[in-house]
Design a protein around this ligand. Sequence first.
Ligand code: CA
Ligand code: ZN
Length: 312
Amino acid sequence: MGYVFVDSSKVVYHFGPDISPVAHAKLGDIICFETLDCFSNQISSENQLVTNIDFSKVNPATGPVHIEGVERGDVLVVKILDIETRNWGVIVTAPGYGVLGDKVKSARTKICEIREDKFVYFTGKGFANFVGLKLPYRPMIGVIGVAYEEKIPCGVPGKHGGNMDTKLITKGTTVYLPVFKDGALLGIGDLHAVMGDGEVCVAGCEVSGKVLVTTDVIKGKSIPWPIVETDDAFYLIVSLEDINKALYEATDLAVRILQHSLALDWNEAYMIASMIVDIQISQLVDPAKTVRARIPKGYVSLTKILEALSKT
Ligand code: CA
Ligand code: ZN
């Protein structure tokens, strides 16, 4: 197995049919994506406001990487092996930004230190003597996606993945993405040192870093939306402009999966879903909102999920 390194000078700002690979990898290779933060590292002090940066350089994804043996109509399997970040992060807000954008009076930037003790310090670089608030360091991937049929900015999540801002996408997680183009063309960016579900003020603790992944493929099975697998559950990740439609779609898919996996009639599957499925929010602040349906392992297997989703 080989090792492929993709440096952070090789970025795309959209996932579209015309993006061209900057590297090639074989299934099973270890791929290291060196990533910029979501502002392309334009903000490094608290004097720099998000309202003044070059927005054509927001949400870069490092890559894309062509994965050999992966074709349109397959499922790309991406296992997240490790995430490393730089030792400081940036969080911003501004009038109109986030869930409570109407209440924000002025733009603000905070720099947070990430110390050896694996905590994120909400103090700012200029406050070395001030202890501030210690937040848990939980590095995660905001943007992970593949080339889509239409040009879609990296800031927008969708069926191809993209800016899903799902805090579960971290070390040890497996992400399943539908493949729209031969080679998949995988891109990764927008790491956060810590982020809460919703990402309410518009940003997490934004960091640059490195992500190690390895890939596999599932041939001839299609999935309508990305799926995330953790130790104890599968999550269907649905992103739509209208959050109510996203909630409907995620619930509908979960019920279909339970119906097929447990050989139930639809009403029974609906009832089971009501008792064991958790409908959760990933983020509320991107152009499409991201929700997820959590199905605990034990009721379903990956094989059954793929079977259920392949038959429409
Ligand atoms: Ca993001
Ligand atoms: Zn971000």
